[in-house]
Design a protein around this ligand. Structure first.
Ligand code: DCP
Ligand code: CA
Length: 476
C-alpha cells in the first residue's frame, strides 16, 4: 500500500444482532435470554401486529432473520425455523417482527439505526451503508488525538476490545512497541482505534446498543475487519497485515465480488482466493475483463481502495418489497396490483414522514421483480430479475400502485416475460429515490401520527458505559 493511502483512517461499524438488540431494548424480559426475531409469513392474512403489542410467540415455526448471541452459542442460526431453533435451545424466545400492510414493518429498526448513526456522525464524516452499518472517516479525529499525545506511548483503550490483524496471540505487544518500531500510518491508526472505542462506548451509554467495528486505511479492509471479532469488539488492520489477511480469503467474501462478477472471475481464472487474484498477471485480467475492470480488480486484490466515505446519514432511497413463495405466488395482474397497493401505502407513509423530517421528496419510482424457481432441495433460487423506472408523479399509494402496475405490464409485454413462461414475479419491490430538496414552505408540519410514532419509542434502558467495558464478555 502506498504511503499516501496510510493517511486516511476508515471505520466500518456494524451493530451486533441488531433486530434482537432492538427487541431487547423494548422488552426487558428478553435481556440475557436466548432470543431471535422471526420473519412474517402471512400467506395472504393481512394481520397487523403493532410494535407495542405482545410479539413473543415461542411456539411459532417462523423463520429467523436475526439471532442473538446467547442463542448462537446454543447452535441457533439465521434462517432456522422455530422448531429447529427449539431443538438446539428449548428456552428460545421468538419475537415476531411488527407488521403492517400484510408485511414486515421495519420502522422500529430503521429508527433505532438512525439514532446510532446520529451519535456516530457527531464528530466525523459518516456514511450510512445499511439499516445497521455505517462507514466513518475518522482521520481528522485521529490526527487530533495523535497531535495531543505528542510522541508519548500509545495505549489501547482496552486490550480486550482492540484486536489487531496479524497479532492473533494477543495485541499487547503491538501496542507496547518502542516508538521506532511503529510503521508509517500505524500511530494514526492506533489513535483512530481509540476514537472508535469511545464512539462505541457513547452508543452503548446513550442507547444501550453494542456494536463491532473494523479500523483500517480504507473501506474494503474496514468492512472485512468489523466481522472478524464479534460481538462488541473491534479489529484494527495495519497495512503490514493486509497481504496475509487477503491471501486465503475466498473471493466472494469481498463485498464487491460477492455476486455474479465474482463467480465469473473464479470460473474463468480457475481461482478461489483473493491472494490468487492478486498474483494473476494484469495482462490476463485485461484480456478477460477489459483495462478498467482489470486495474480495479488488481487494486482490490491488493487491498487498495480509494473510495471515499461520503457524508450521508439519511438513506439514499426508500424501498419496500414482498416475496411470494410457493402457495403465496401471484398468478394474476389483479393480485399484483393488490400487493402494489399495499407496498404503495407503506411507501406513501414513509415518504410523508421523510418529507416532514428531512425536507425532501423522491422523484423516481422503480419497481423491481425477481423470478424465483424452486431448487432441487426445495430452496428458492433467483432465476432472473428486472427493474423498470418512471417519474414519481405523486407520492400517493394509488398513483404509485397504478404507475408500478403499468411498468410491470410493459415488462411482461417484452421478451423476458416469455422467457419465464408467463409466470408473475416471485418478489416485488418498490423503491423511490433521487430526492430533491424542498423549500421550507413545501414541508408540512409533522402530523399527529408522525409525532406519535416518535413518542412510541420506549424509554431506553442503559447500563453505564463503565459496566459495558468491564462486562468482560469479550476476550481476545
Ligand atoms: N436481516 C434480515 N434478513 C437477512 C439478513 C439480515 O432481515 N437475511 C436483518 C436482521 C438483522 C439486520 O438485518 O438483525 C442486520 O443484519 P446483519 O447481517 O448485520 O446481522 P445481525 O446484525 O443480526 O448480526 P451480526 O451481529 O452478525 O451483525
Ligand atoms: Ca449487524
Amino acid at each position: 500500500m502506498e504511503d499516501s493511502h496510510l493517511n486516511r483512517i476508515v471505520v466500518h461499524v456494524d451493530l451486533d444482532a441488531f433486530y434482537v438488540q432492538v427487541e431487547v431494548q423494548r422488552d426487558e424480559s428478553l435481556r440475557g435470554k436466548p432470543a431471535g426475531v422471526m420473519q412474517y409469513n402471512p400467506f395472504g392474512d393481512l394481520r397487523t401486529i403493532k410494535p407495542e403489542e405482545p410479539r413473543i410467540f415461542n411456539d411459532s415455526n417462523g423463520s429467523l432473520i436475526a439471532v442473538g448471541y446467547e442463542a448462537r452459542a446454543a447452535g441457533v442460526k439465521r434462517n432456522m425455523r422455530g422448531d429447529e431453533a427449539r431443538k438446539h435451545c428449548p428456552e428460545m424466545q421468538l419475537v415476531q417482527v411488527p407488521t403492517s400492510h400484510g408485511k414486515a414493518d421495519l420502522t422500529i429498526y430503521r429508527n433505532s439505526g438512525l439514532k446510532v448513526v446520529n451519535i456516530l456522525s457527531r464528530t466525523s464524516i459518516c456514511e450510512r451503508a445499511s439499516i445497521d452499518e455505517c462507514y466513518i472517516d475518522i482521520t481528522a479525529e485521529a490526527q487530533r488525538r495523535l497531535a495531543a499525545c505528542a510522541g508519548q506511548a500509545l495505549l489501547p483503550v482496552s486490550p480486550h476490545q482492540v484486536h489487531v490483524c496479524g497479532q492473533e496471540d494477543g495485541a499487547e505487544g503491538w501496542w507496547n512497541r518502542p516508538a521506532e518500531d511503529w510503521g508509517s500510518g500505524e500511530r494514526l491508526l492506533a489513535c483512530g482505534a481509540a476514537a472508535v472505542a469511545d464512539l462505541r462506548a457513547a452508543v452503548f451509554a446513550e442507547l444501550g446498543y453494542t456494536c463491532s467495528a473494523g479500523v483500517a486505511h480504507n473501506k474494503i479492509l474496514a468492512k472485512l475487519a468489523s466481522g472478524m471479532h464479534k460481538p462488541m469488539q473491534q479489529t484494527v488492520v495495519p497495512a503490514a497485515a493486509t497481504a496475509s489477511l487477503l491471501h486465503d480469503l475466498p473471493i466472494p467474501k469481498l463485498r464487491q465480488l460477492g455476486g455474479k462478477f465474482g463467480e465469473e472471475i473464479m470460473s474463468s481464472l480457475k481461482i478461489n482466493t483473493v491472494g490468487e487474484l492478486a498474483q494473476t498477471p494484469i495482462s490476463k485480467l485485461e484480456a478477460l475483463f477489459g483495462d478498467a475492470d482489470a486495474a480495479w480488480l488488481h487494486q482490490l486484490a491488493l487491498g487498495c481502495d480509494t473510495d471515499e466515505v461520503k457524508q450521508r446519514t439519511l438513506p439514499k432511497s426508500l424501498s419496500c418489497g414482498k416475496t411470494f413463495r410457493g402457495a403465496s405466488a401471484l398468478h394474476t395482474f389483479d393480485a399484483v396490483h393488490h400487493w402494489l397497493g399495499h407496498l404503495g401505502l407503506e411507501l406513501e407513509e414513509r415518504i410523508d414522514t421523510d418529507r416532514a423530517a428531512n425536507a425532501r421528496l423522491p422523484q423516481l419510482l422503480t419497481v423491481s421483480m425477481w423470478h424465483a424457481v424452486a431448487g432441487k432441495t426445495g430452496d428458492w433460487k433467483g432465476a432472473g430479475n428486472a427493474s423498470r423506472s418512471c417519474p414519481l408523479r405523486r407520492p400517493q399509494a394509488a398513483t404509485i400502485a397504478m404507475d408500478a402496475l403499468a411498468l410491470v405490464r410493459r415488462w411482461t409485454a417484452g421478451p423476458s416475460w416469455l422467457a419465464f413462461h408467463h409466470t408473475l414475479p416471485g418478489c416485488v419491490q418498490l423503491c423511490c429515490c433521487s430526492h430533491r430538496r424542498l423549500h421550507p414552505h413545501q414541508v408540512p408540519e409533522a402530523t399527529a401520527a408522525q409525532q406519535q410514532q416518535a413518542s412510541l419509542q420506549p424509554p431506553l434502558q442503559c447500563l453505564a458505559a463503565q459496566q459495558y467495558f468491564s462486562a468482560g464478555r469479550a476476550t481476545p
